[in-house]
Design a protein around this ligand. Sequence first.
Ligand SMILES: *Cc1c(COP(=O)(O)O)cnc(C)c1O
Length: 435
Amino acid sequence: MDPEKSFDKTLHLLKEHHKWTKKTINLIASENIPSPAVREALVSDFGNRYAEGAPKKRLYAGCKYIDEVELLAMDLAKEVYGAAHANVQPISGVLANLATYTAFTESGDTLMCLPITCGGHISMGKKKFGGTAGTVHGLNVEYIPFDEEAMNIDVQKTREKIAEVKPDLLLFGASVFLFPHPIEELADVAKEHGARVAYDGAHVAGLIGGKRFQNPLEEGAEVMDLSTHKTLPGPQHGMVLTAAEDLKQVVDNAIFPGLVSNHHLHAVAGVAISLAECLEFGEEYADQIIKNAKVLGKELYDHGLNVLGSENGFTSSHVILIDVTDHGLGGDFERKLEEANIILNRNLLPWDVREDRHYDNPGGIRIGVSEVTRLGMKEDEMSSIADFIYRIIVEDEDPEKVKKEVVDFSQNYSNVHYSFDSETEAYEYINIHSR
Ligand SMILES: *Cc1c(COP(=O)(O)O)cnc(C)c1O
């Protein structure tokens, strides 16, 4: 390898990615675009430092500004989520889940959560699937029964299963999450049978922060963990929150010394910035996300696509899920849509494995509207996006032809909304090296 060529090539590829991103419509439900201020935090010197331990009780010197920022992030998190304690040190949502497992279970204990086919995340997975819960923490995973009609947890069957398997930890939350989970209906039963009750809010953290989705800590969950970069448009990072002060120590110990040494201090600063934005603009942002998702669901449904959850208005979150099997398969459409510069994910449907479809080419596609909403798109733009998708999936139009229109369309949305003003465009490349 030629060192200088490799050096130049890497920088070149980063710039190419930025140029391309400006010409796409990003509908990946787990992604978002942080504000320029968050991106500034990410390139700051905080990213080169260590601050093991809690603020003001560090194992490292040189932390006087870092301490202030981390305390600010913790206070903001407590306010945004109504939590008694916030630990902002997990460096991702998977690590935040692992922190929850570590704090509240031993290896060999039983975790109850949703299977991946019904929206569960790989970090909740069984050992045989290589999931974090089974493989890393040795948990025995039992599934929460799911109602495929309602596309939500089956309350009655879950009550019965809790009584039968007596889980040590009941974990709500998912990666495909159309409707609020029945925490109020199930938390007490779980606690009576000796379980801790937690909620993985990775996907919906921005909607909860914007007070437009259930607040698990008010509905009976003792712990909520989350990613800070999905509907909450922060940097890639994680967090664990507790409803009561007495869970602080066990959570903090699980995270340090348990799971982090450096905890990505640049991202902690980014989290503080995005939580401040959430306090100021979060309600308006969450409102528009949910409106957009419902409109996009309805438009696609009216175009003849099988958008799930139609009985209940398609969604109460940022996500819609479509069964595309009348027209083809999810993996094939994911590729075709990418050729048209529309970026989204294929997704397993609850009945896919039964019908012999698997993750490489499942029956569904998942669409999230957090990023397009962040760019200022509203209901009218959702109609245009529905039309692009319909033309690829139902009309089988040439993706190259649709792409030209997608590129023109995306040029009109180049700034981050719902944040404090900035001159910098959403996908602008931040050039520090300058060559
Ligand atoms: C995305 C996700 C995670 C993991 O988040 P990372 O920040 O990518 O590690 C955990 N749980 C759920 C439900 C998710 O959707």
